[in-house]
Design a protein around this ligand. Structure first.
Ligand code: HEM
Length: 401
């Protein structure tokens, strides 16, 4: 067991200047020299940072590591100290271990299968076409985030869950605060409570008068109002910002790699691989974390019970031991096995939905506007370095009319 390098003071989060798609350079050095490093978390907890693909997957697949909120420590600078965090409330199963996690998750898995999500393709194509028509009517330039990347997943999640689309600006604001790296712990808690209050109102309405949607389906079960509310919050929270940022940042990446953009335009059969590669290459979520429930030997180190391991998805997805030439965006590569949706018991429940949305939205956009390009120099695109979910705040684009 070696511990040769001094403990890191927090997770490296600063991306290299002028390279908006690349992870912090420090992560590559760590992955090469010490893929399991001691790290001091912002709340003072001394835990670990895993940066290799093999170690990140191993921890995510190992039931000796817990997702229970009350045991975790956030590795992100400026995040609320998680010491003293209460257990996840009933229904918020992302912060639970089996058997509680399994009980809730199994109620939902049948609703997100590949088949069910593929069945939604037609509706996604319709929503996408409506937004492309609106962009065309408006004429260039437009902010792609506002005109396209945000409303498409938002509309779809609203329809799936049975949420009024008109309400979205208010709960999107709450969600942005929950994910913000700059908000205070009090602001985050306030925003989370406001989200809960909103969804609780919906739950009561669905119980009283069911409609044809997922929340109404779930309301017809033994779940309590509190459980149903937190499941609704989790789905709303998971299904918006993530996919929207993949569509916007994915488009930015393609516009910055004209050869790849041309390849995708020329070969529609490339779309599935392209989505997987964009997920790998861009890795919009920084990291996950897990806490050891018992002493575990891993990567030549002893992780003691109670120690938290931050898992860098960004570093894992650029690991040359798993993906040859990892820093190159190559839409033809086989990128399956990336950890952008996590891995193991908590692997993203909405991944098939996210894939179908990206698979429709990105190719439809670049085919509708063959001359699509950035309307500002790339360095002027505002990056979401202030949020837990990376992406762009705005993406001004233009095209020939
Ligand atoms: C590109 C888009 C998306 C990305 C990158 C993403 C990423 C992730 C990741 C990394 C996890 C694992 C968290 C962990 O291990 O602790 C996760 C879990 C989850 N995601 Fe997603 N997600 C996306 C889209 C969605 C969508 C569209 C939905 C909802 C319909 C969704 C709902 C969830 C839920 C409910 C969980 C918790 C699963 C569990 O704890 O068992 N996600 N997501």
């Amino acid at each position: 067991m070696t511990d040769s390098l001094p403990a890191l003071a927090g997770l490296p989060v600063t991306r290299p200047a002028g390279r908006p798609f690349d992870p912090p350079e420090e992560l590559a050095r760590l992955r090469e020299q010490q893929p399991l490093s001691r790290m001091v978390f912002p709340d003072g907890h001394v835990g670990w940072l895993a940066t290799s693909h093999a170690l990140v997957r191993a921890v995510l697949a190992d039931a000796r590591f817990s997702s229970r909120y009350e045991l975790l420590h956030s590795p992100l600078p400026g995040q609320a100290a998680m010491e003293g965090t209460p257990p996840a409330p009933p229904g918020l199963f992302i912060g639970m271990d089996p058997p509680d996690h399994t009980r809730y998750r199994s109620l939902l898995t049948g609703k997100f299968t590949v088949r069910r999500m593929r069945q939604l393709t037609e509706r996604i194509e319709q929503i996408t076409a409506e937004h492309l028509d609106a962009m065309e009517r408006h004429g260039p330039p437009v902010d792609l985030v506002e005109a396209y990347a945000v409303p498409i997943p938002a509309l779809l999640m609203c329809e799936l869950l049975g949420v009024a689309f008109a309400d979205r600006t208010s709960f999107q604001g709450h969600m942005a605060k929950v994910n913000s790296l700059d908000a205070t712990p009090e602001e985050k808690q306030g925003a989370f409570a406001a989200l809960q209050e909103y969804v609780h109102g919906l739950v009561l309405a669905k119980r009283a008068k069911p409609t044809d949607d997922m929340l109404s389906d779930l309301a017809d079960s033994d779940l309590t109002d509190e459980e149903l509310t937190n499941i609704g919050v989790l789905l709303l929270g998971g299904g918006f910002d993530t996919t929207a940022n993949m569509i916007a940042l994915g488009t930015f990446a393609l516009l910055s790699h004209p050869d790849q953009l041309a390849a995708l335009r020329a070969d529609p059969g490339l779309a599935d691989r392209a989505v997987e590669e964009l997920l790998r290459y861009l890795t919009i979520t920084h990291t996950g974390m897990r806490t050891a429930l018992e002493d575990v030997e891993l990567g030549g180190q002893l992780i003691r019970a109670g120690e938290c391991v931050a898992l860098s998805a960004q570093a894992a997805n650029r690991d040359p031991a798993k993906f040859p030439d990892p820093d190159t965006l190559d839409l033809r590569r086989q990128a399956a096995g990336h950890v952008s949706f996590g891995h193991g018991a908590h692997q993203c429940l909405g991944q098939q939905l996210a894939r179908v949305e990206m698979r429709v939205a990105i190719p439809s956009l670049i085919n509708r506007f063959p001359s699509l390009r950035l309307a500002v120099p790339p360095e002027e695109v505002p990056l979401r370095t202030d949020s837990d979910i990376y992406g762009v705040h705005r993406l001004p684009v233009t095209w020939e009319v």
